[in-house]
Design a protein around this ligand. Structure first.
Ligand code: F0G
Length: 465
C-alpha cells in the first residue's frame, strides 16, 4: 500500500492574491520611511508576511458560504444563535458574549474583575492581555515553568505553568487574585503548548484556593493537537475530545477567533459566573455593541461558528503543525538558533544567540527582523525587549526575558515553496550576521510601545549592501 511521507495541504486553491515583489531598494526606502518599525511598513511592500497568524487566515468555502447567510438584525439575529451554539458546544460555558477581537474581551473582563491592588497570575500573559490587566491597575504575574523561559531547552510542554509557584502565590495573595489565566498555546513563550496534566493540576490548585480558572484560548485546537501527539495516554483521543476537556477544566475563557477559527475578525468571552457575566454584558453594550452582535456583523458570527468546528479537523491539524515543524527543522539543520521545539503557529528565532555581539539593551530581535525584511521582503515580529522590556529612568533598556523573532504562519495561506524561500532568506541573513548591529528606540508610547515606536541604528548603516 502507498504510504506517503509527504503530508499535503488538505485543500486546493480557489482564489489567488498576487504577491508583492518589491526590490531591495524599495524595501530600504520603506524601512527608512517607517523609521525601522515594521508595523509602519505597508503590506504592499512585503513579499511574505509572517508578522502574525492573526486575522490573516484563508477562510474556507464553507465560511464564505455561511457569510451569505449572515443575519444583520440589530437584536436577536439568527447568526447570533448559530454562533452561540458553536461556542456552547465547544466550551460548555453558560454565558457567551461576542466581541470584535480578543483584546476587547480582555478589556471588558479586566475592567470588571481587575483594578488597583489586584494580581492576575498566568503561564504567560500575551502583550495585549498584560496591557489590559495593567491598564486596570492590577499586576500581571507570569509563572511559566523554568524550561519555558529558556529558548534552548527541550520540553514537550513549555507552556505549562509552575503549579507550585502558583500555589505559593495564591497562599500569599489569595484575596488579591480574581482569576488565574492559562494561555493556550503560550504565544509569548514561543507558541508552546500546555499539557492536559498541567491544566488538571492548575484546576486542582485553583479549587484549593477557590479561584476561577480562565483560558486565553486563541490557539486551543493547536494546543489540543500537541496534547494528542505528545502526551502519554492522550494519543487515542480525538482533538475534539481533548479540546472539550480543556474547556471543561475552566470556569471561563476568551478567544481571539482571528487565530484558530480562521476569521479575519472576531472573538468571544464565555464564562459560567452569572454576576460577572452580567457586568461584562453591561460593559459590552458600552464599548462593543448589543449582546447579540458585540461589535461584529452577522456574517462574522457565521464565519466564526463554521471556523470553530472546521479547525478540529485532524487532517487540517496534522498539516498545520507539520508545516510549522517543516520550517523549524529546515532552519535547525542550517544551525540557525531557534527556540526549541517548534511552536504551533510560528517558528521563533533566538535573536540573542543569532547575534551574540548585540546585547539585549541594543535590541537584537529588532536587528534580525529588519535584516529579514531588507534582504528577503519577509515581515516578522520582535517578541523581546522592544515588546516586553522598558526604558529605565537613566534611558537604558531593561531587557525582556528572551529576545525572539517570530515567524508566524498564516493558516492555509502560503505554500511549501514560499516556506523554502523563507528558509533561504534566513540562511542568507544568518551567514552575514557579523555585519548587523543594534538599534535604539528614539520615540515610544507609554503602553504597547512596539506598535508605534521609532528606531535609530547605533552607529551603522542597516541599509548598506
Ligand atoms: N491572546 C493571545 C494569546 C493572542 O495571541 C492575542 C493576539 C490576543 C490575546 C489578542 O487578540 O489580536 O484579537 O485582540 N495575538 C496576535 C498575534 C495579535 O500576533 O499574536 P486580538
Amino acid at each position: 500500500m502507498f504510504e506517503p511521507h509527504t503530508i499535503i495541504e488538505p485543500f486546493r486553491v480557489k482564489v489567488v492574491e498576487p504577491l508583492p515583489l518589491p526590490t531591495r531598494a524599495d524595501r530600504a526606502r520603506a524601512l527608512e520611511a517607517a523609521r525601522y518599525n515594521l508595523f509602519s511598513v505597508r503590506a504592499e511592500d512585503v513579499t511574505i508576511d509572517l508578522m502574525t497568524d492573526s486575522g490573516t487566515s484563508a477562510m474556507s468555502q464553507e465560511q464564505w458560504s455561511a457569510m451569505m447567510r449572515g443575519d444583520e438584525s440589530y437584536a436577536g439575529a439568527r447568526s447570533f444563535f448559530r454562533f452561540r451554539e458553536a461556542v456552547e458546544e465547544l466550551t460548555g460555558m453558560k454565558h457567551i458574549i461576542p466581541v470584535h477581537q480578543g483584546r476587547a474581551a480582555e478589556k471588558i473582563l479586566f475592567t470588571v474583575v481587575g483594578g488597583a491592588g489586584k494580581a492576575v497570575p498566568a503561564n504567560t500573559h500575551f502583550d495585549t492581555t498584560r496591557a489590559n490587566v495593567e491598564h486596570s491597575g492590577a499586576e500581571a504575574v507570569d509563572l511559566v515553568i523554568e524550561e519555558g523561559r529558556r529558548p534552548e531547552t527541550e520540553h514537550p510542554f513549555k507552556g505549562n505553568i509552575d503549579t507550585e509557584a502558583l500555589d505559593a502565590f495564591l497562599t500569599a495573595h489569595r484575596e488579591r487574585v480574581p482569576l488565574v489565566v492559562i494561555t493556550v498555546t503560550n504565544n509569548s513563550g514561543g507558541g508552546q503548548p500546555v499539557s492536559i496534566d498541567n491544566l488538571r493540576a492548575t484546576r486542582a490548585v485553583c479549587d484549593r484556593h477557590g479561584v476561577p480558572l480562565f483560558l486565553d484560548c486563541a490557539r486551543f485546537a493547536e494546543n489540543a493537537w500537541f496534547i494528542k501527539m505528545r502526551e502519554p495516554g492522550q494519543e487515542g483521543r480525538s482533538a475534539r475530545e481533548i479540546a472539550h476537556e480543556m474547556f471543561r477544566l475552566a470556569d471561563g475563557c476568551w478567544m481571539s477567533s482571528k487565530k484558530d477559527a480562521f476569521c479575519n475578525i472576531g472573538g468571544f468571552l464565555a464564562l459560567n459566573d452569572d454576576s460577572i457575566a452580567a457586568e461584562c454584558r453591561n460593559m459590552l453594550i458600552l464599548t462593543e455593541g448589543f449582546p447579540t452582535y458585540g461589535g461584529l456583523a452577522g456574517r462574522d458570527l457565521e464565519a466564526l461558528a463554521v471556523g470553530l468546528r472546521e479547525v478540529l479537523d485532524e487532517h487540517y491539524l496534522e498539516y498545520r503543525i507539520r508545516s510549522t515543524a517543516y520550517v523549524w527543522e529546515h532552519l535547525d539543520a542550517l544551525g540557525v538558533p531557534l527556540l526549541r521545539p517548534a511552536g504551533g503557529h510560528a517558528v521563533y528565532l533566538d535573536a540573542r544567540a543569532f547575534l551574540p555581539h548585540v546585547p539585549p539593551e541594543e535590541l537584537p530581535g529588532q536587528t534580525v527582523s529588519v535584516a529579514l525584511y531588507l534582504e528577503g521582503g519577509i515581515r516578522s515580529v520582535e517578541i523581546g525587549t522592544v515588546m516586553f522590556g522598558r526604558t529605565r529612568a537613566d534611558g537604558r533598556q531593561e531587557p525582556g526575558v528572551m529576545d525572539l523573532v517570530r515567524l508566524a504562519i498564516p493558516r492555509r495561506v502560503y505554500t511549501q515553496s514560499h516556506m523554502d524561500y523563507v528558509c533561504e532568506a534566513v540562511e542568507y541573513v544568518y551567514q552575514r550576521r557579523q555585519r548587523y548591529h543594534g538599534f535604539r528606540i528614539s520615540e515610544e508610547a507609554r503602553e504597547l510601545r512596539h506598535f508605534t515606536c521609532s528606531f535609530e541604528p547605533l552607529d551603522w548603516d542597516p541599509l548598506a549592501g
